[in-house]
Ligand binder design. Structure first.
Ligand code: DP6
Length: 351
């Protein structure tokens, strides 16, 4: 299976339960298409496998104590159904799946842990793959996303294409209502595009998990943001996306990225995800928008220095030319709003 990455326009930053991996605020993202950025994952299961194993980009990771990995495997196994052969005979009864070990191989087609949502794509691909193998069936819409959420919060949004909201939910016992839902599908706004500017492909030095934990315990601004700001932005950006109103969409996206990085600075000790190049990209986009007399491009930065610049199709060439002129040493990827995970088993078998 391969699963897409997603880039949040209203950011998730802060957990209200570490055990359940539930957030302190809702968030919303755009799923990017899978041409350049995706996680490709294969799962093999067998009764002869003594333990669950994971190879990430060809290197084995020890998952025997990984709470995240175990939560995904157990969560999907709980939704497993029996496996039938072509004549309808039961090959594996659903009660037997618990005795099956799982071997997972996963590759990212882009830098891992560089703030381009690699864990989102990775855990979404893992859950989608396990669900296929175990014939998992959701007991309510979005249940698989609650499992992916336990792998990595943002992964729940990568299970759907288009414009996707992660509703924070209110159930603090199980986290069952903290789930992702598609708000608009990938065909809703075909003119919306993104340029990804890879400023650095180095692994970030403060992981999102660690960073948000320090922010929750030290930043007052983060508490204010979660309580007073995010819900209004969620409503505003959903309306803007629905009406294909780029100016409002872009404004909220940029303001939310800025506020997220402000909470990082307000964290003690402060966290710096953006570097000088990131800051010059921000300046350039504001200068460009001033020159255009409208918001024609909108930047957003996750937990890293790499920029994602949303724009409409008509500005694509101009923006790319501008970026290439000012940032000739960096790598650019073009993207558009993408669809959910795909099963590429046939393709792999042929290859
Ligand atoms: C800045 O989903 O990577 O990209 O739940 O701890 O795995 P964990 O965090 P993660 O955090 C993503 C943070 C962000 C914003 C976002 O994607 O909403």
């Amino acid at each position: 299976m391969s699963a897409p990455t997603n880039i949040a326009c209203v950011k998730y930053w802060g957990k209200r339960s570490i055990a359940l991996n539930t957030p302190i605020n809702s968030s919303v993202s755009v799923t990017l298409d899978q041409a350049d950025l995706k996680a490709v994952t294969t799962v093999t299961v067998s009764k002869t496998f003594k333990k669950d194993r994971l190879w990430l980009n060809g290197v084995e990771e020890d998952v025997t104590k990984s709470k995240r990995f175990i939560a995904c495997v157990t969560g999907v196994k709980n939704l497993a159904t029996e496996k039938l052969d072509s004549s309808g005979e039961v090959l594996v009864d659903k009660s037997e799946w618990k005795d099956y070990g799982v071997h997972v191989s996963s590759m990212n087609t882009f830098p891992t842990a560089a703030g381009l949502a690699s864990s989102a794509a990775g855990y979404a691909a893992l859950v989608a793959c396990l669900a296929e193998v175990f014939g998992a069936i959701e007991t309510y819409p979005g249940e698989l996303s609650t499992i992916a959420r336990q792998g990595s919060g943002s992964a729940c949004r990568s299970l759907y294409g288009g414009f996707v909201a992660w509703r924070m939910g209110s159930d603090n016992d199980t986290g069952a209502d903290s789930l992702a839902e598609q708000v608009f599908d990938e065909n809703h706004w075909p003119k919306l595009k993104a340029i990804i500017l890879v400023v650095s492909d180095e692994k970030k030095d403060t992981s999102s998990t660690e960073g948000m934990s320090t922010s929750v315990s030290t930043s007052k601004l983060l508490g204010y943001r979660a309580k007073e700001v995010v819900e209004g932005r969620m409503r505003g950006i959903e309306k803007a996306y629905g009406e294909k109103d780029f100016e409002s969409f872009g404004m909220i996206t940029m303001q939310d990225s800025n506020q997220f990085h402000a909470t990082c600075l307000d964290t003690y000790p402060p966290i710096f995800y953006m570097n000088d190049i990131s800051k010059s990209i921000i300046k350039l986009i504001h200068t460009y928008n001033k020159w255009k007399g409208k918001i024609a491009a909108a930047y957003t930065f996750d937990a890293g220095p790499n920029a994602v610049i949303y724009h409409l199709e008509e500005e694509g060439e101009e923006l790319l030319a501008l970026m290439l002129m000012y940032f000739p040493d960096d790598k650019f990827l073009g993207s558009l709003v993408g669809s959910e995970y795909v099963n590429n088993e046939e393709e792999w078998r042929k290859a």
